[in-house]
Design a binder for this molecule. Sequence first.
Ligand SMILES: [Zn+2]
Length: 167
Amino acid sequence: MTADQPFFRFYPYAYDDPAVFEHSGDRCDVCRRPCVWRYNGSLYATTEPSVCARCITDGRLGAFLREPHHSLQDVEICGADPAMAEEVLQRTPGVASYNPFEWPVFDGKPLAFIGYGDNEAVIAAPGVKAMIEQAFADLGWTSIASRYALVFREVDGQRYRVVPDFD
Ligand SMILES: [Zn+2]
């Protein structure tokens, strides 16, 4: 990780997905420098500036927008430490989903989004495949269309949570 490619603890693999970040020399509307990593994800605000990863992580995007309730996520987040909730909503790249969902929280701490259920590395984690199967079975799904699973892991731990997200 570099200054141009800051690490997002609640979305650690954000740079692996071109729908989230794309390498680009375009100018960032916020800092006016070449983006290097231009954000391609969602932004829920009244304007849609071209923005770089640096300006998301350090809060300059928020200062630029001047909209206290802007968000990069289409989620609810309940029971989280307020500063961490704000970091998820306003300083973490958006997690693409078909529907709004509830961002998982353990002990006041939001979990990190580690990927979708069609990612081999993600479902290779201990117990994750079984969690996806159980979450889908609870909803009456027998086949595992695993792109519809959002997988989360504790930032500093090994507990996982699966959020089903059907289109
Ligand atoms: Zn910028």
